[in-house]
Design a protein around this ligand. Structure first.
Ligand SMILES: C[S@@+](CC[C@H](N)C(=O)[O-])C[C@H]1O[C@@H](n2cnc3c(N)ncnc32)[C@H](O)[C@@H]1O
Length: 496
């Protein structure tokens, strides 16, 4: 079996400011200090203390003692509600801390020296406001739609008088402008007083649930308001954050048998999934613009991250940033954008490296030669409308791609990333923070193909101009090209 050399993948890291970055929670110590936690701890053969991650009571008790022991927070959630992991949720808080302290957009003093955030869908656990207030003294509005979330978020705030002044829990009221186009084309007020109580425990939103109103044929979100209609007149925020309902169905939500973090349909599921929900945040952000310095959300699928990033360019975000969060063996991504004018030109720290990229195509099937690969590179870019000039003497293709061509290339990535999720072709590469400007001109680069040894080709890409119009984009496109060529020309790879 031929092994494909993988692009160097940066090891996933916990944020350096995270309390658990140096040492993970010490279960033995916690068990000795908290008798309620002790029954959940067992020792594996190597002598290490462990808990059963599939036991909801164990994970909830761990979260309770970590919040109490390390953060001085009194906390609880009822059975079945989504149970957050403290180290992971802290990463998102620290990433926002980095965004706020960076000087790439103006530091406005909207609320004096106080930082004010908005947690969209704070949940019964209210984890982000509790962590943000206790770790960094931030003020928060935490919104939600369900009665159980609102009731328990309030309780969790009240039980922590030292930070309760900093946190407001806000009910998302159904909006009178919640309008649905009827079959005959007329607009009708679908429901002016959407009652969301009492549906928490439904396995999947049934045909008679109010959620029916929140889906249309194109999977566009038409549910309760998210930011517009919840943010009040005159309010200004430094950021919003969101751990969205990631899934389209409860079956999809229950796919990880290795953990039990609870989660009811209302917490986990949204018609159209996270893409629809975050698209609504983007839509609202376009209307609210500089009401928030930074808009952010977690994203569960890399495919959606690419699509949403691309949408953000289209709607005129001035900066878009992404990062990767690691939760055990799964990855989530952070997406942040702003409409503030950048204070300086942003050059990605990796820009100089990214002007020249390369990958090896190993295990190229015998019937294919370098010229076939070259033609394939030409048609790959040509199919998006980019201009391509193939030179078969020098084995190069010169490409000039406009903003639209680049977006089309990224959207083409959809198929490959889907396949990668099935573990077939692509290895997910780590996406360390990157930033994209709204591009002003085009990306011009040369791709060269070199025969190394029979069955192995080196593919190089070099940007053709000194200045890089869309930092980070070239490497995304190049990854896409690598996936495309591997699929077409290489034998099935051994998995590592
Ligand atoms: C995945 S849970 C996240 C809970 C918590 N923030 C966390 O990270 O564990 C998503 C939450 O969003 C809430 N939600 C759904 N639609 C909403 C909307 N339009 N506005 C506010 N919250 C909403 C759900 O009720 C649920 O509590």
């Amino acid at each position: 079996m031929v092994k494909k050399r993988r692009r160097k993948v940066e090891p996933p890291t916990i944020h350096p400011k995270n309390k658990y970055s140096e040492s993970p929670p010490d279960f033995a110590l916690l068990a000795s200090l908290y008798p309620s936690f002790e029954p959940f701890v067992f020792y594996s053969r190597d002598g290490r203390p462990r808990i059963h991650w599939t036991d909801f009571n164990a994970t909830r008790e761990l979260t309770r003692v970590l919040l109490l022991h390390d953060h001085g927070i009194n906390w609880w959630i009822p059975d079945g509600q989504l149970c957050p992991t403290v180290p992971n949720r802290s990463n998102y808080i620290h990433w926002i801390e980095d965004l706020l302290s960076s000087d790439i957009i103006p530091k406005t003093c909207n609320n004096g020296d106080n930082v004010k955030g908005f947690d969209i869908g704070t949940g019964a656990n209210c984890i982000y406001p509790l962590l943000g207030a206790s770790l960094l003294g931030w003020n928060f509005v935490g919104s939600d739609v369900t009665d159980v979330a609102l009731e328990w978020a309030e309780k969790n705030v009240r039980n922590n008088p030292h930070i309760s002044e900093l946190i407001e829990i806000r009910k998302v009221e159904s909006c009178p402008t919640f309008v649905k186009e009827s079959d005959n084309g007329e607009s009708a007020c679908a429901e002016s007083n959407l009652d969301l109580s009492g549906v928490e425990e439904q396995a999947v939103p049934s045909s008679s649930s109010p959620f029916d109103l929140s889906i249309d044929a194109n999977n566009i979100y038409h549910g309760p308001p998210v930011l517009l209609g919840v943010v009040q007149d005159g309010e200004k925020f430094d950021f919003c954050m969101c751990n969205p309902p990631f899934f389209e169905t409860m079956e999809e939500a229950g796919l990880n048998p290795k953990t039990s973090c609870g989660g009811t349909p209302k917490e986990m599921v949204c018609p159209g999934g996270e893409k629809a929900f975050i698209s609504r945040i983007i839509e609202d952000s376009v209307a609210l613009k500089q009401t928030f310095r930074w808009y952010t959300s977690m994203v569960g699928r890399k495919l959606n991250l690419k699509i949403l990033t691309s949408n953000l360019w289209e709607v005129g975000a001035t900066i878009v940033k992404t990062t990767e969060f690691v939760q055990g063996k799964t990855c989530r991504w952070g997406l942040a954008w702003t409409f503030m004018p950048p204070t300086r030109k942003i050059i990605s720290p990796h820009v100089t490296e990214k002007k020249n990229l390369s990958f090896m195509l190993e295990g190229v099937q015998r019937q294919f030669s370098a010229i076939d690969v070259l033609h394939s590179i030409e048609s790959f870019f040509h199919s998006t409308g980019a201009s391509c000039k193939l030179n078969s003497a020098s084995f190069t293709v010169d490409i000039t791609a406009s903003k639209d061509h680049c977006n089309a290339i990224l959207k083409n990535e959809v198929n490959d990333v889907d396949e990668a999720a099935g573990g077939k072709h692509l290895q997910e590469t780590s996406s360390s923070s990157s930033c994209f400007h709204v591009p002003l001109n085009s990306l011009s680069f040369r791709v060269s193909v070199f025969q190394q040894i029979p069955g192995t080709l080196l593919v190089k890409g070099s940007l053709q101009h000194g200045d890089i119009p869309f930092p980070g984009l070239f490497s995304s496109i190049f990854q896409q090209l690598e996936a495309d060529l591997s699929r077409k020309f290489c034998r099935e790879k051994a998995t590592t």
